[in-house]
Design a protein around this ligand. Structure first.
Ligand code: AHR
Length: 732
């Protein structure tokens, strides 16, 4: 074992990084509208999909399955003594990169449409289905799609309302129930009064807008209302009149003042006058984070702000690539006014995106949370598979250069001026770009060549940019980049709790001679829709590993970030369990894994201290697929790392106890004059590894902060069962 590894307390290594569930995603088999180019007939798709799903589910989905099948029934090896953990405060083995903790995102699980993007209307442009006005219903009259009355070439279809039978007593209209509901909140106004009989908070002001035109004889008005699904409660309504035979945009504000919060509501636009009316881009926004027009949902932004992320990797993930080539994230079609954006089928995850949340909105998200973008560039590979290379790839290389210019350019550049015209004069900071996504799936062997084309063009124009390869050392040497030297490699890990714990030392002895590492996607996949405490424990073990090796691991981001939990049945709102943050139309919550992220991201120093340990307890585990005859391996059940804030001298000692009983640990700190006997402790713990958070119990598992005594340069302390602890030790 090398000296550096020894200092990092290397214990085990783990071969094989990629979980079965990772590919193919369920949506590829079951939800995706694209099927025609698959190498087998449609008749085979469903049974094959079900087979793969069952296979994957049995291998990895539930904790009960993974844990019980993988942990052997051999008697645990009893630790011979209380484990000893030494922190060598005079040995700094690494600096923690300021960009260490970040976020990764893409439109999966209705993460953007029906999630972070605050738009409440589902299928606002009527393009989600070419033949049906899905998610819309008619009230009295009838509705149909009409391609003869298009708003423009981007929004080339409209919704036709036949309201010829409308009367005062029987209005006709269109209705949309949003993404599993339209929320109204009992915030305040004249209804919700605080203890002093004052409005508790200003009521929410919603902004509704739509394009409309009418057949020439229509001379009535339209009523725009947010109302309960049964129509009995109108929360807010407004009128627009003078609907002409030309397209015109209409806008109103609506201020619901409900007696209680609810989501079983609709937006209804109706008329009491007979006629025919066409609609396009029917939109409803609640207040957004920082009141950005076309902005983001407040509660989700606030949850992310709690994680103090330093970067955002976007826009994917498979969403970047699409399955079919023409379904990749084509950034130039996602900028400008939202009525100029055609939208596209998100065939990676099986639903339509309006691209209302486009490149500029991703960048503004970065700005609002003080993150830097890690820009994933489409690199000519879509997962179906489609590969573009050589001269055919050149337009895509140019698109990438244009995209970088849009992000960073000033007014003297074509695409910088375009960003300014789109409303953002200041360029965005950009240090990292990633070439593609998971190109180890490209079995054609084209990635080295494609990477080189992008690398050369980008380095020539933007030599300061760090360029990331999507094939890391977790993949065979033959798949990695050889013709150029990537600045970083992106490594992805989706694993069970035991597998995550078993690999919790893999970076300790990784040679420091190659590219730095970006762990751009990882998760302990235990619990659905969001991870439970077992997931958080696996995550914390893994984060200790990454943090301990922060000289090598420069950035890390959990994935996926979001899941809409409204419809967890197949084909519903979730394509990929387990996900960090869950929500429905009205409320949201962080999983135990979310709180593990919050704890780690908020509690670390800028220096990694050398640690050593003895008598770390272990448990026996047999990796799935190795056969019952294979002897189980011993996996640690206690994990740790220590960082120090060089300014204050505070040591952040993280200890993770995955055992079902409290664990005593003897901590010895050398290389400092004095350590205070009291400290602050931040603890996330649960009674059971299955314990979790949900819409109903959003904070069942949440960090507790307390003052503790009895610590110092040499102390023994009990760490609770199923717990993640940070001790903030003051040194002098
Ligand atoms: O995070 C879900 C998916 O996992 C990503 O889209 C893809 O990059 C990976 O396979």
């Amino acid at each position: 074992m090398g000296e550096a590894a020894a200092k990092r307390n290397q214990v085990f290594t783990e071969p094989g990084q990629y979980g079965c569930l990772n590919w193919p995603p369920a949506s590829f088999i079951l939800n995706s509208p694209m099927k025609s180019n698959l190498p087998f007939s449609n008749k085979l798709v469903l049974p094959l999909g079900v087979f793969i799903l069952l296979l994957c589910a049995s291998a990895d989905f539930s904790r009960a399955q993974t844990t019980n099948s993988e942990v052997t029934d051999a008697a645990p090896v009893a630790p011979p003594a209380v484990p000893v953990l030494q922190i060598k405060a005079d040995q700094v083995v690494a600096k923690v990169s300021p960009t260490f903790y970040g976020l990764m995102t893409e439109d999966i699980n209705f993460a953007l449409e029906g999630g972070l993007y605050a738009e409440l209307i589902r299928n606002r442009t009527f393009k989600a289905n070419p033949t049906n006005a899905v998610y819309w219903s008619a009230i009295n009259g009838s509705i149909s799609l009409d391609t003869n009355q298009s708003l423009n070439s981007a929004l080339n279809v409209s919704l036709k309302l036949d309201a010829t039978q409308a009367t005062k007593n029987s209005p006709a209209g269109i209705a949309n129930g949003g993404y599993w509901g339209i929320p109204v909140r009992r915030n305040g106004g004249t209804i919700s009064l605080d203890a002093n009989r004052q409005p508790a908070a200003a009521p929410d002001i919603y902004h509704a807008s739509f394009y409309a035109k009418a057949a020439s004889r229509f001379n009535g008005a339209l009523t725009v209302a947010i109302q309960s699904n049964d129509g009995k409660t109108i929360f807010a309504s407004a009128e627009v009149s003078e609907i002409t035979s030309d397209w015109k945009k209409y806008e109103v504000t609506l201020t619901p003042k409900p007696y209680s919060s609810s989501k079983d509501n609709q937006l209804v636009i109706s008329t009491t006058s007979p006629g025919t009316i066409w609609f396009q881009q029917v939109s409803l926004f609640p207040p957004t984070y920082k009141n950005r027009p076309n902005g983001a949902r407040r509660d989700l932004m606030e949850l992310m702000a709690g994680m103090k992320p330093s970067f955002l990797r976007f826009p994917g993930g498979d969403f970047l690539e699409g399955h079919q080539l023409d379904h990749h994230f084509d950034w130039k079609k996602t900028i400008g006014g939202i009525s100029e954006r055609p939208g596209h089928m998100n065939d990676a995850w099986g639903y339509w995106t309006t691209d209302g949340f486009g490149l500029l909105e991703f960048l503004e998200w970065c700005e609002d949370l003080n993150m830097q973008p890690v820009l994933a560039l489409y690199a000519g590979y879509s997962k179906n598979p489609n590969v573009i290379q050589g001269a055919d790839l050149q337009p895509y290389v140019q698109d990438a250069l244009d995209e970088i210019e849009y992000v960073t350019g000033d007014a003297s550049t074509k695409w910088g001026s375009r960003r300014i015209q789109d409303g953002h004069p200041a360029p965005f900071p950009l240090n990292y770009v990633e070439i593609g996504n998971e190109d180890f799936f490209d079995k054609s062997g084209s990635y080295d060549g494609r990477f080189a084309q992008f690398y050369d063009a980008i380095k020539a124009k933007y030599p300061q940019l760090q360029i990331i390869s999507t094939v890391g050392n977790d993949h065979p040497e033959s798949q990695r980049i050889h013709s150029r030297t990537p600045d970083l490699v992106d490594e992805h890990f989706y694993k069970s709790q035991e597998a995550m714990e078993a690999q919790s030392h893999i970076y300790d002895d990784r040679p420091r001679t190659g590219p730095k590492v970006f762990v751009g996607e990882w998760a302990t996949r235990v619990g659905r829709p969001t991870p439970n405490m077992a997931g958080a424990l696996g995550d914390a073990a893994w984060m200790c590993c990454m943090e301990r090796n922060a000289d090598l691991v420069q950035l890390e981001s959990y994935a996926p970030l979001f899941v809409n939990v409204s419809d967890l049945a197949r084909g519903g709102s979730m394509q990929w369990p387990s996900d960090l943050i869950g929500y429905d139309a009205l409320t949201s919550y962080g999983s135990p894994s979310y709180y593990a992220q919050v704890i780690f991201s908020n509690n670390h120093g800028d220096e990694v201290l050398a640690t050593d340990s003895q008598d770390v307890p272990t448990y026996p585990w047999r990796a799935p697929g190795r056969g019952q005859s294979a002897s189980p391996r011993q996996v640690p059940s206690l994990f740790f790392d220590a960082t120090r804030d060089s300014a204050s001298g505070i040591i952040f000692l993280k200890i993770v106890n995955r055992n079902s009983t409290a664990q005593s640990v003897h901590v010895k700190i050398s290389g400092v004059n004095n350590v205070d006997s009291s400290a602050e402790a931040v603890v996330l713990s649960a009674d059971s590894p299955d314990a979790t958070n949900s819409i109903q119990e959003p904070k069942k598992i949440a960090p507790a902060v307390s003052a503790v005594d009895g610590v110092g340069a040499d102390f023994t302390r009990d760490f609770p069962a199923y717990s993640i602890t940070v001790l903030k030790l003051k040194t002098h």
